[in-house]
Design a protein around this ligand. Structure first.
Ligand SMILES: [Zn+2]
Length: 340
């Protein structure tokens, strides 16, 4: 197994870090994120009881900790009417209450401002580089040189799978969002439209299953990872990427950080809590690291500028990508695990 050393990992991660490649303001304008943010603000108004500042009970649903089932928690902040709480037993941060199923489904059938962001050419370019990197890291553990069977749960328009296909792997996507199906067909990627866990037996096992920016959206992340584990071949691996609660951008900005929305991201893992999720799902952690520094956002905020659209922040040269990566403080946590 060939290793990729820290310096090489820094160089590769910087290549798909939009804050570094484009600058934060420039990238957000190019990918039309301001339109998405405006859409979100308009929608949030519909659920919030102006008197209490919280979402209306009729739209919401209470829950226990999705990692340890404890009901004991402390509210750490409220964002867009949604309390974000920390479990007093296992330390997972999760949204409670969340939007109920009826409201959630209404939202997802109407929201396409985020899809517009995802389809911008600059976003696609960054994601393709990130996908190539993720495949290289996962490939350290599933013998990536050879022809492997690769599955992406929530594969979207198939950015990772088309990169895997180019490398000669056999690929399979799971994606319920109709908007992506035409794109997947055009790319010649086999997929199912089913939600995960699947109702039907696929009759396939995989060398690597990717769960990229998926577990933070779903009500039962432990069930998802357990079920994904059942689809692995004997030496197969799971690769998870999700927003890390302990990221520097979140530690500095708290509820002002863009990752906190309320209705969409409903739990936030750390190295500790994601390792615990892996353990409960019967997986051994092979490695973890963080990606996407958000360095421009942090510098804007520390310069009293709009964090996402500010220009010319103070230098603050002591905050470097290396510092962030070395201390596992970037926005997304990537973890690789194997059954056993
Ligand atoms: Zn808990």
């Amino acid at each position: 197994m060939e290793k990729i050393d820290f310096q090489e990992r820094v160089r590769r991660r910087n290549e798909f870090d939009a804050s570094i490649v484009y600058g934060t303001r420039q990238f957000n304008l190019l990918t039309r994120r301001q339109e998405h943010m405006a859409f979100r603000e308009d929608n949030d108004d519909l659920w919030i009881d102006k008197k209490s500042g919280r979402i209306f009970e009729k739209f919401s649903e209470k829950r226990n900790c999705p990692l340890c089932s404890s009901a004991d928690h402390t509210v750490i902040f409220v964002k867009s009417g949604f309390p974000h709480v920390k479990c007093n037993n296992c330390s997972l941060v999760y949204v409670n209450p969340i939007l109920n199923r009826a409201e959630y489904e209404k939202l997802w059938s109407s929201e396409d401002s985020w899809e517009n962001v995802l389809e911008s050419e600059h976003q696609i370019k960054m994601q393709a580089l990130e996908a190539a990197y993720s495949l290289d890291i996962a490939g350290l553990y599933f013998a990536g040189e050879k022809k492997a069977d690769i599955c992406d749960v929530g594969c979207g328009p198939g950015t990772l799978l088309s990169e895997a296909k180019k490398r000669g792997h056999r690929v399979f996507g799971i994606e319920p969002n109709r908007r992506c199906h035409g794109i997947l067909k055009d790319k010649g990627i086999a997929f199912t439209e089913d939600f995960f866990p699947l109702k039907k037996d696929l009759g396939m096992k995989f060398d690597c299953i990717f769960l990229l920016n998926t577990l933070e959206h779903l009500r039962d992340p432990l069930l998802i990872v357990r079920e994904a584990g059942k689809l692995l071949k004997e030496r197969g691996v799971i690769y998870v990427s999700l927003p890390c609660i302990d990221a520097l951008v979140n530690r500095v900005m708290h509820e002002k950080a863009g990752v906190f929305g309320g209705h969409s991201h409903i739990q936030f893992f750390s190295i500790l809590t994601l390792s615990e999720l892996f353990r409960k799902a019967g997986l051994k952690v092979l490695e973890y690291e963080t990606i996407i520094t958000e360095i421009g956002v942090i510098k804007n905020y520390l310069s009293f500028l709009d964090p996402y659209f500010g220009e010319n922040p103070d230098n603050l040269d002591f905050i470097t990508p290396e510092l962030i990566y070395r201390n596992h403080l970037a926005r997304n946590l990537n973890m690789v695990g194997r059954i056993g």
